[in-house]
Design a protein around this ligand. Structure first.
Ligand code: F6R
Length: 607
């Protein structure tokens, strides 16, 4: 969704801003804009469409070493140049870019209009520069603080004042901002991906903080003016700007990075000899774990599918009741929060508004929530305080692939740890630990020789309807496979538990309907295979994803794809791979915008 980049430097800032916006393109947007301070005042440029369109419209050698830029994903007001950010006050001397939503914008706008201010856009954001102007009497920080005290809603903002050409002001409430400390220059971004090529020394702004960026560094206060000491962190190399290399798309690259991303998630966390896991982040002793009576996992989209696998694994292995909850539903059902329940918020970006909302609801009721998050320093990681980083590294394709397998891996590590405090013997724990450690090589082996994925893509690409099905762990995988195919290829499809299919979707079967069945050699294999017979008998063209060395399952498909064998609870880490590739290959065949599918954004920061 929306992105912010800013810089107070010594060199020409326009190229830094354009490059920063390019780094944020993966998040999805529909228009872009930029403001720089020049000797004659503020210059603002805005354009609908791509960052490249904005860049083309900039004057050659645009002067100015202080500036900010924005990519907008429309919420209030249509996609147009006048609604693109930055927005300026009536004098054109204060400019603002904003991520988030100002909930009381209509009231503020009517009041300002009554005072004679003419608005030039339909956005909620435009109230901010006008409001700042009403409080401005020479002290920019004080004016921003005063204006923010009147705003309700969420924001990450950057503000430029023509009267203070060496400063950039930033403030955050519920929408992320990170400050980069460079040599003689200080940068700002809504996502560290826009900064890492300049510096890895960063400060994550917290809610309620206002920062003044200058060439010397950053000065931070709370809304009431009280000073806070910025906590400087060093970003790990895994967060360096990824290069697409020879891969055609980031999605393809990220699918093939999974041996390494899973290995990173496991690194130092598996105690093979003791048959358990070591997780520093949750900071729970075996004694604490013994006190856990229930586990609830909160998530959206692909992360919800990973959470579904996690909940099943926890119940199966640790015999602790566990469920995965769709965060956007959970937060509004007045959830029951018990003392012995631990909650996990599972999120790649750590910025998903629905998941953050669910976390706040649990915390309000006195519950404890841990994060299972990829992006370091993200809002969820900070809101939860402790948890498990999944270490996928930056995932730039909008459709999540490697983050899914890393989330599943992190949840399986927690499962192993929890299970060892109760059901699992050392011997049994060792078998799980060893199987987990084998996964990265098995993923690599599968990806080397992925089977007839092209032929399956041929089958589904023009389908009017396709069905994915599986039981138990494989149902979660079927859900993920169908979501990927919708997102990347826009092929109409759904996923069902294989046993439930006959209670409805079987009506959709006709001659040639593609049905993708996930049926590894697990405790429900026989049952799933009988469901395969049911769809075959009605003319379905069946694709079977099965374990290597299972000729019976293979023979039941018109097409079949074998994946390496592993334990049932680990099987999603392997069975999901052909489904990721299927979505990718089908999207490519249909000429889709693979890394930026229509209407989707990488982190969904609105409800
Ligand atoms: C699908 C996808 C989305 C996200 C969902 C939650 O490919 O990426 O379904 O999984 O929007 O996002 P996070 O994990 O960032 O909370």
């Amino acid at each position: 969704m929306c992105g912010i980049v800013g810089c107070v430097g010594q060199r020409r800032v326009a190229p830094i801003l354009v490059e920063g916006l390019r780094r944020l393109e993966y998040r999805g947007y529909d228009s872009a804009g930029l403001a720089v301070i020049r000797p004659e005042g503020l210059s603002v440029f805005r354009e609908v469409g791509r960052v490249a369109d904005l860049a083309r419209g900039l004057p050659d050698e645009l002067e100015g070493s202080v500036g900010m830029a924005h990519t907008r994903w429309a919420t209030h007001g249509g996609v147009s140049r006048k609604n693109a950010h930055p927005h300026v006050d009536a004098t054109g001397r204060i400019a603002v870019v904003h991520n988030g939503i100002v909930e009381n914008a209509p009231e503020i706008r009517s009041r300002l209009e009554r005072d004679g201010i003419r608005f030039r856009s339909e956005t909620d954001t435009e109230v901010i520069p006008h409001l700042i102007r009403t409080f401005y009497a020479g002290d920019p920080q004080q004016a921003v603080r005063a204006a923010l005290q009147r705003l309700q809603g969420t924001y990450g903002i950057a503000v430029l004042f023509a009267d203070h050409p060496d400063l950039l002001i930033a403030a955050r409430n519920g929408s992320p901002l990170v400050i980069g400390l460079g040599e003689g220059e200080t940068l700002l971004a809504s996502d560290s991906q826009a900064l890492v090529q300049y510096t890895r020394r960063v400060v994550f702004l917290s809610d309620g903080e206002v920062a003044v960026l200058s060439r010397e560094g950053v000065d931070t206060t709370l809304l009431d003016g009280v000073r806070v000491d910025p906590a400087i962190q060093q970003l790990d190399e895994e967060w360096d700007v990824p290069d697409r290399g020879d891969w055609a798309h980031f999605m393809e690259k990220e699918i093939h990075e999974q041996p390494e991303s899973i290995r990173r998630c496991l690194r130092g966390r598996v105690l093979a000899r003791e048959g358990t896991a070591k997780l520093g982040g949750p900071d729970m002793t075996p004694r604490d774990l013994l006190g856990v009576g229930r586990v609830e996992l909160l998530a959206c989209g692909t992360s919800f599918h990973a959470a579904t696998v996690g909940a099943m694994a926890i119940e199966r292995l640790a015999r602790v009741p566990a469920s995965a909850r769709i965060a956007s539903e959970f937060r509004y059902r007045n959830p029951i929060v018990n003392r012995d329940t631990i909650f996990f918020a599972v999120s790649q970006s750590g910025e998903t508004a629905d998941t953050l909302g669910a976390v706040r609801e649990v915390q309000t009721k006195g519950g404890e929530v841990l994060g299972i998050v990829n992006v370091v320093g993200s809002s969820l990681a900070r809101a939860c305080g402790r948890g498990i980083y999944v270490h996928s590294g930056p995932e730039l394709a909008v459709a999540s692939t490697k983050a899914f397998t890393s989330q599943v891996t992190a949840l399986l590590l927690f499962t192993l740890l929890l299970a060892r405090t109760r059901t699992l013997s050392g011997h049994e724990g060792r078998a799980v630990a060893e199987a987990l450690l084998r996964i990265p090589d098995q993923v690599a082996a599968y990806l080397e020789d992925p089977g007839p994925v092209e032929a399956v893509a041929d089958l589904v690409q023009h389908a009017r309807y396709a069905l994915f099905m599986g039981r138990g762990f494989s149902h979660a995988v079927a859900l993920e496979g169908a979501l990927k195919l919708k997102e990347v290829a826009y092929v109409p499809c759904e996923a069902y538990p294989a046993g439930e299919m006959k209670h409805g979707p079987i009506a959709m079967m006709e001659e040639g309907t593609p049905v993708v069945v996930v049926v590894p050699d697990d405790s429900v294999r026989e049952k799933t295979l009988s469901n395969v017979q049911e769809v075959r008998a009605r003319g379905a063209r069946v694709v079977v994803v099965h374990s290597e060395g299972d000729p019976e399952a293979a023979a039941m498909g018109d097409l079949s794809i074998a994946v390496p064998r592993t334990l049932e609870i680990l099987s999603p880490l392997l069975t999901v791979l052909p489904l990721q590739l299927l979505a990718y290959r089908t999207g490519v065949r249909l000429g889709r915008d693979i890394d930026r599918p229509r209407n989707l954004a990488k982190s969904v920061t609105v409800e």
